[in-house]
Design a protein around this ligand. Structure first.
Ligand SMILES: Nc1ncnc2c1ncn2[C@@H]1O[C@H](COP(=O)(O)OP(=O)(O)OP(=O)(O)O)[C@@H](O)[C@H]1O
Ligand SMILES: [Mg+2]
Length: 271
């Protein structure tokens, strides 16, 4: 591995402003250590972009924040992750409740094989968050929030699989938002979408903060720059540098950050 310099000191904001934090986190599968010594905090109401080369551990880290890796074969963890100061691995924490509070949307839209309306209210029903008579209104509220309502109002009982990829992704966002999460994890949510759908998702993410805290993995550095308040750069399972997005783009402290952010793609988006 090149550039094996000591990890930078991570700025940790004062308690109440941080909604999630990881300290001394080490993650792996079987014999392989995939993430090492990750200490980082996510400030309430902000958008943090996780960037870094393929295989650097972004998805593994993101999925550990709502314990999605728990059932993955061979997965193990050392170190602590907190939500509102509480250890998410404490015996008292129900992973299903954790995943309601820390929602997730994946790279490929994954609507459930049920109607459009049932997709939106699936979690709401599972967590008994509304009465039966309210469910249609809940579906309308969240479909409207993601900008899908006018497109699907007259086909709520249809299959979601006839929607376009972008519309399916917005539907998945509506489903994630309907259970009123505190944190939303997005793993390359626009990488399979066209520019217009990408813009719709970015616009929505912007509108969701500061009520919600968003952590988004992206390979699109222009997107990270447009959208995020803070940036975390991972490389080969380590946190290379973190800080305010503008500061990292303008004045990266580490050579590796400069190389990654201000490489060819970075140079283009700085113009
Ligand atoms: N289920 C698994 N079992 C074993 N190893 C895994 C598993 N999932 C991921 N890994 C390994 O963990 C490392 C990090 O993978 P991860 O998917 O987190 O990277 P990433 O930064 O999200 O990459 P990309 O940008 O391509 O999505 C890789 O070496 C990968 O092979
Ligand atoms: Mg990934």
């Amino acid at each position: 591995m090149d550039n094996v310099a000591p990890l930078p000191a991570v700025e940790r904001p004062a308690g109440p402003s941080e909604v999630m934090a990881a300290s001394d986190l080490v993650l792996g599968f079987g014999d392989a250590t995939v993430m090492r010594d990750i200490t980082v905090a996510f400030r309430r109401g902000t958008i943090t972009a996780l960037v870094g080369p393929s295989g650097s551990g972004k998805t593994t880290f993101l999925r550990s924040l709502n314990r999605m890796n728990d059932k993955v074969r061979g997965f193990w963890r050392r170190g602590e992750i907190t939500l509102e100061g509480e250890d998410i691995h404490a015996p008292s924490v129900d992973p299903l409740v954790l995943r309601r509070r820390v929602g997730m949307v994946f790279q490929r839209p994954n609507p459930f094989p049920m109607s459009i309306q049932d997709n939106v209210i699936a979690g709401v029903k599972a967590h008994k968050m509304a009465r039966r008579s309210q469910l249609r209104d809940v579906a309308e509220t969240y479909l409207a929030q993601v900008g899908l309502w006018s497109a699907v109002a007259d086909r709520l009982n249809d299959s979601p699989f006839r929607l376009s990829g972008g519309q399916q992704q917005l539907l998945c966002l509506a489903r994630a938002l309907a259970v009123e999460p505190e944190v939303l994890l997005l793993d390359e949510p626009t990488s399979s979408l066209d520019p217009r759908s990408t813009e719709a998702v970015e616009e929505l993410v912007r509108r969701l903060t500061p009520e919600l805290t968003v952590i988004i993995v992206t390979h699109n550095l222009a997107q990270a720059k447009r959208l995020s308040d803070n940036l975390i750069l991972f490389s080969e399972g380590q946190l290379v540098e973190t800080g305010a997005t503008n500061a990292l783009f303008e004045r990266p402290k580490r050579q590796e950050t400069a190389r990654y952010l201000l490489g060819e793609a970075g140079a283009l988006i700085r113009q």
